[in-house]
Ligand binder design. Structure first.
Ligand SMILES: [Cu+2]
Length: 153
């Protein structure tokens, strides 16, 4: 009887789809200043979406330049996940998409700090912003567009 329960347990564990298990706890390194609050809010958003965040309290200037994100697309933090750069308040779903599509690119960027992006919540205000795919030549194209929303002012 005991043996049979054990076997059932093993069968259940095997039934969990592999990609789902691999996705849980995807390691991501976040370079930020020790005093950056919205960076930590963004980190919480990542953790709520299955990432395992490692913070590096070094500022993000060196990481941004090492990963080839132009300063013109810069923001308050720079992250590195599976060989890609993630600059600024990029939504977790776009990072997941990046990791599954694996385009030939340096990574993603949300320049500046748009209100209403993950980690930049301000009530129900949401400004329009683009997620840019930063290409290998340093150029970019729009990867996703998030429209303005929330209450009209
Ligand atoms: Cu920020």
């Amino acid at each position: 009887m005991k043996r049979r329960l054990l076997l059932q347990g093993l069968v259940l564990a095997a039934a969990v789809p592999l990609p789902a298990r691999a996705a849980a706890g995807t390691a991501i390194d976040v370079y930020k200043s020790p005093t950056c609050g919205c960076c930590v809010e963004w980190g919480k958003h990542l953790e709520a979406n299955g990432f395992s965040v490692r913070y590096h309290e070094t500022g993000n200037t060196a990481a941004r330049s090492r990963l080839g994100i132009p300063l013109s697309m810069g923001s308050c933090h720079t992250a590195e996940v599976d060989g890609y750069a993630v600059e600024g308040h990029v939504p977790a779903r776009e990072i997941r998409r990046l990791l599954s599509e694996r385009p030939a690119a340096r990574g993603l960027a949300v320049p500046g700090m748009p209100v209403g992006s993950p980690g930049m919540e301000q009530g129900d205000r949401r400004d329009a912003y683009d997620v840019l795919l930063v290409l290998r030549d340093g150029g970019s194209r729009v990867y996703a567009s998030y429209p303005a929303g929330g209450r009209a002012r």
